[in-house]
Design a protein around this ligand. Structure first.
Ligand code: NAD
Ligand code: UDP
Length: 317
């Protein structure tokens, strides 16, 4: 029997980096959590510490296929997020965003429940305006290597808003900007995990292009609190809303910072910039501040130190 004051919450992609932190936070709030994951990039070790909690349940399932369960809310996070992983099987990436969203929206429609979509700053493509407000429609290549992810996520946003307008579904759309922290996959190719692993192993730090491209990095704890605030916001607030840390840094500066914080002897080397790599990215978070009363609070160095510690422990085991 379910405690009626608490909810049963479905988290797709729950064994991934963000999903595992979200499952943990929701369990800490006393909710039941059903973690749905096909373990494409997610790992059992991310959620192993939750197995002993009786309110936690795991389903190995690919959301491109229909799912019939009972729940009170859905957080739809399933989708590989690292360029290396989402470009490995691009057709499956698009299917996960499009077919996966249709299946999860169908489930939400049958149950008449609220559903949150983990969208991305990639919907802005290589943005011509900086910082990016939610009103900016983006500058996206529809046929490039990143398109399976960018256009998949854009189509998912379209589906969410059409289900909202056509079926009166309660939706929430978060545009997540680069997020980092413990439980990132050590080999997933994303810049923070790559640079830390390279620095810890004393390998060359691979900066792509001239390193002058920028990103804005948000610590995972801040991101999870933003996602939960968004889910619990007033029913008439759908988003899309940017969630991210507006402190912008060049990739070369990031490499130098990680070398300093790890005390590594690694050297920086330059490699070709991947095709369609966005030159700048910085969220305008005015809307999140106003409506959700949310802003990131973890300083970059503190977040990086926690993340370095996580990868150090990982390499010891
Ligand atoms: P991740 O790769 O660590 O997690 C994604 C999870 O989804 C994994 O556990 C994976 O196995 C699972 N998954 C993938 N395809 C699936 C499918 N078809 N069915 C079921 N499970 C599937 O990535 P993350 O960083 O935790 O990202 C989570 C979500 O947040 C993604 O939707 C991503 O697009 C979005 N996002 C993340 C960032 C970031 O910087 N971390 C930025 C923008 C958006
Ligand atoms: N990058 C890099 N070296 C690496 C990995 C990534 O210079 O080893 C760069 C990448 O080209 C991009 C930025 O770091 O400009 C962020 O890359 P990531 O894959 O983390 O995410 P993106 O924001 O591009 O989706």
């Amino acid at each position: 029997m379910k405690n009626i004051s608490n909810k049963r919450i479905l988290v797709t992609g729950g064994a991934g980096f963000l999903g595992s932190h979200l499952c943990e936070s929701l369990l800490n709030e006393g909710h039941e959590v059903i973690c749905v994951d096909n373990f494409y990039t997610g790992r059992r070790t991310n959620i192993a510490h939750l197995f002993k909690i009786s309110l936690f349940e795991v389903l190995r399932h690919d959301i491109t296929f229909p799912l019939y369960v009972e729940a009170d809310e859905i957080y739809n996070l399933a989708c590989p997020a690292s360029p290396v992983h989402y470009q490995f099987d691009p057709v499956q990436t698009t299917k996960t965003s499009v077919h996966g969203s249709i299946n999860m929206l169908g489930l939400a429609k049958r149950l008449r429940i609220k559903i949150l979509q983990a969208s991305t700053s990639e919907v802005y493509g290589d943005p011509a305006v900086n910082p990016q407000p939610e009103t900016y429609w983006g500058n996206v290549n529809p046929i490039g290597y990143r398109s399976c992810y960018d256009e998949g996520k854009r189509c998912a946003e379209t589906l969410f808003f059409d289900y909202h307008r056509q079926h009166k579904l309660k939706i929430k759309v978060a545009r997540i900007f680069n997020t980092y922290g413990p439980r990132m996959h050590p080999n997933d190719g994303r810049v923070v995990s790559n640079f830390i692993m390279q620095a810890l192993k004393g390998e060359d730090i691979t900066v792509f292009g001239d390193g002058k491209q920028t990103r804005s990095f948000c610590y995972v704890d801040d991101m999870i609190s933003g996602l939960i605030k968004l889910m619990n916001s007033a029913d008439d607030f759908t988003g899309p809303v940017n969630l991210g840390n507006p402190v912008e840094i060049t990739i070369i500066k990031l490499a130098e910072k990680i070398i300093k914080l790890t005390g590594s002897k690694s050297k920086i080397v330059f490699e070709p910039l991947p095709f369609d790599d966005p030159m700048q990215r910085k969220p305008d978070i005015k809307l999140a501040k106003e409506v959700l009363e949310w802003k990131p609070s973890v300083p970059f160095e503190e977040g990086l130190k926690n993340t370095i510690k996580y990868f150090k422990d990982l390499t010891k085991n």
